[in-house]
Ligand binder design. Structure first.
Ligand SMILES: [Zn+2]
Length: 373
């Protein structure tokens, strides 16, 4: 039986592993949003841990019967920089600086400090186009509040599923039908349906399914499908709570697609680093077949479809005022230019002169941009 002290130790460790840059107090406006979402989901309010961490994500879990939700203000901070870059027109220098920051933070979390130093150095040499003036992007703040609402309700929906909420069978049917529609919609003269069936089969089952019947019969048992189903359900409920609380579905969808694209970029960076982007002789520049991009594109397609069909909004993905996905193209170009392992080896061999803790706090200070808390 765990004691209260054990639990505090586990919670402290969870926060420590995220690499927090400072302690922050509870944020009243966030507590209000959490309250709203829990009322909607008819669930008790979890214990909320507030932090500003380089891991930049929200997390929910149950520990000894108690539900917890970690709210990380750095996620919203990075997302606000991303949205500001987008509204400034995705300039190359802005995007490069942001990617340097995102990569450096991932490297600090995984304690690859000599690599992180390289990116922090380059980060410092660049300037955002909006750095010396307060960007007059009212929209950015509006987006940020929508994104906050959406991401919190998305994460709390995960928590409600952990507490026993069930995804309705009709939603599952709907997602299966949506996947079929997406497969059909993106096939044509230059892309036969069989190619799509192959790609989707490889993603869901890591092997080919000969016919659509085989594909559909096997789909419910695929782990990747179950994961996609849960994410899509949480997206749907998140969107529903957002749109029902704010009456601006068009703006809300733009804000959410900005958030989803930002999350894709972060996932791609994590994927690339995991696959040895910096440690191999040849960088692995992600291709169309990357699991992360495949999953993310499918998730975005489903979110757009679901919101449209369920009348949450009549805005379709091609109508967005900003082509959010161009950020991922820029990321691909950026990753191609990242030096390979050989150039890094010279830097990696340098022994850092001070203790790890001091280096980490030095690096964190260098990457501090702004706080949205
Ligand atoms: Zn999720």
């Amino acid at each position: 039986m765990r004691t209260k002290n054990d639990i505090n130790e586990i919670l402290d460790l969870k926060l420590e592993n995220r690499v927090c840059r400072k302690k922050i107090d509870a944020i009243p406006v966030i507590m209000e949003i959490i309250q709203d979402c829990c009322d909607y989901l008819q669930m008790p309010i979890p214990k909320v841990l507030f932090c500003e961490s380089l891991s930049k994500d929200f997390q929910s879990f149950i520990l000894r019967g108690q539900s917890y939700f970690i709210y990380d203000a750095c996620l919203l901070e990075a997302m606000s920089i991303f949205t500001t870059c987008a509204l400034a027109g995705f300039l190359d220098t802005d995007m490069e600086k942001l990617f340097m920051k995102l990569i450096a933070e991932e490297l600090i979390v995984s304690r690859d400090l000599s690599y992180a130093l390289y990116f922090v150095g380059h980060y410092h040499r660049k300037q955002y186009s909006f750095e010396n003036r307060v960007p007059a992007f009212e929209k950015c703040n509006q987006y940020l509040s929508f994104q906050n609402y959406f991401l919190i309700s998305h994460e709390l929906t995960h928590l409600s599923l952990m507490q026993g909420r069930i995804i309705p069978p009709s939603f599952k049917e709907f997602i299966i039908n949506t996947i079929c529609s997406l497969m059909e919609r993106y096939s044509g003269e230059d892309r036969p349906f069989g190619n799509n069936l192959h790609d989707y089969s490889m993603y869901f089952f890591q092997k080919n399914q000969d016919t659509m019947d085989d594909f559909l019969n096997a789909l419910p048992d695929s782990i990747h499908f179950q994961h996609l189903l849960e994410e899509s359900y949480c997206d749907y409920i998140g969107l529903k709570i957002l749109v029902e609380n704010y009456a601006l579905p068009g703006v809300a969808m733009n804000a959410i697609f900005s958030a989803l694209n930002f999350l894709i970029d972060i996932e791609v960076i994590r994927d690339e680093l995991r696959n040895g982007l910096l440690k191999r002789d040849t960088p692995t520049v992600f291709g169309e077949a990357s699991i992360t991009t495949f999953f993310s594109m499918l998730r975005m397609g489903i979110a757009s479809y679901v919101s449209h069909v369920s009348n949450l909004t009549n805005v379709m993905i091609q109508d967005y005022e900003i082509q959010w996905e161009s950020s991922t193209d820029r990321l691909a170009d950026f990753l191609k230019q990242v030096p390979d392992g050989k150039s890094f080896a010279k830097i990696a061999d340098i022994e850092l002169p001070v203790d790890e803790k001091s280096v980490v706090s030095y690096l964190i200070r260098q990457l501090y941009y702004s706080s949205v808390s």
